[in-house]
Write a protein that binds this ligand. Sequence first.
Ligand code: FAD
Length: 486
Amino acid sequence: MPKAIVIGAGIGGLATAIRLRAKKYDVDVFEANHHPGGKLHAKTVDGFRFDLGPSLFTMPHFVDELFQLHNKNPRDYFNYKRKDVICNYFWEDGTQFSANADEKGFVQEASQCFGESEESIASYLVNGKKKYDLTAPLFLEKSLHKTSTYFSKKTLKAIIQLGRLGVNSSLHQTNQKAFSNQKLVQLFNRYATYNGSSPYLTPGIMSMIPHLEMGFGTFFPKGGMHQITLSLFQLAQEIGVNFKFGEEIKEILVTQGEAHGVRTQENEYSSDCVVSNMDIYPTFRKLLKNEKQPEKTLKQERSSSALIFYWGISKTSPELDLHNILFSEDYETEFKNIFEKKSLHDDPTVYINITSKEEPTDAPKGQENWFVMINAPGNHGQNWNKLKQESRKNIIQKINRCLHTDIEKSIVSEFVLDPVGIETSTSSYKGALYGAASNSKFAAFLRHPNFSNNIKGLYFCGGSVHPGGGIPLCLLSAKIVSDLVP
Ligand code: FAD
């Protein structure tokens, strides 16, 4: 039986291991931490359970597929429900908007709330769907770096139409063109953050992202996001994937241009192929020090990171749902601070995720578990203690102004995760949430491919390589890798 070694048990590594088992590989996964999941991990403190990283779950069929590949019923392992409300939005002038997951309902309600015509909102969403349908087969489902990808009719169609997809203007310019109401522009601008980019820089093609939420739906996994990790880990164990936790890979062994194993602190292990789920930057800089470095890829701007306060709140807030956003008054300055000044805005956009709305046992009775996140620059050696202190104050003031409350009085439990913590716990270079940023129209082509051009038998999966970050794309990277592996 051929042997595969996977470095890292993030969602991309777990999915790759499961797929390679289906290809009859003997698979060993080495994970530096003592638990699987990478960024998709959880923690319980003072009776409040928190998902530490991802909170938004889209395209669950990519998870289901992994169970079906092994003739298992996904529902025996993992369940989820479709959300009726996508997100509750709040502005300081008192405007509130609850985004209906039903497209027709969304169009009608957004038209009423923002005074924009139903036709212009509907046509924006239809255009987003067209962009998705046209580009998904090229950008998301295949390796962009294999000539065979370009021989399909669908791909050629996408390439011919690239100019019409909005790659020559920013997402913000696309949204300004579509709407006159600045709140609606801001609402659609926020989708740039789904890949850690700035709406003022990322191309207009990203207006396809709302289609992922409205067309495919948003979901909540029973038991929280961490159940995605736990159920895939259970499946991987059942089908015979071997896990070695707490064993960090120090080097990928390469001889005569061929990867043939790995070295840890303790041992050397040989294999027929190696798949790295570790961020591409440290994979090359630390594990492949003596090999040719893909400098252009490694020097790309990184995606944004995050500052997250995990708060146990001693009351309930009926005006909030699972996903909530309190928008900043000056979105452009906020993103300039993040991407140009590498700092934080004093009036940040605040995202509040409350899983106890769906899963009451995630917080003691009558209380709530608040995951309070702001977009942040990557770690460039800033004074994070100072930034955290200032941000905590700014976030509390923002919540108080938007929700007319005095939230600090209700915080009964607290811990914080910053870009340094994200970098330390998962080896993500600079604490980036999604690998490289998509702040240019060529970004999709600059991500590292899922295979090595120079080293035979070496592959890459996860959020820092093609097709991108976020759970669905990490799962697709695993699919591409398993198609590439012989
Ligand atoms: P990672 O999760 O980065 O895991 C890599 C693993 O490799 C880690 O476990 C690490 O310990 C291990 N490793 C690294 N180096 C070594 C080594 N040398 N030896 C052995 N093991 C090693 N995505 C969404 O879809 N929706 C969201 O709402 C969302 N929100 C997010 C919020 C936050 C705060 C964060 C941090 C991320 C968010 N994301 C979201 C992004 C998503 O979490 C990531 O894209 C995805 O989880 C990355 O998975 P991955 O497979 O690339 O690996």
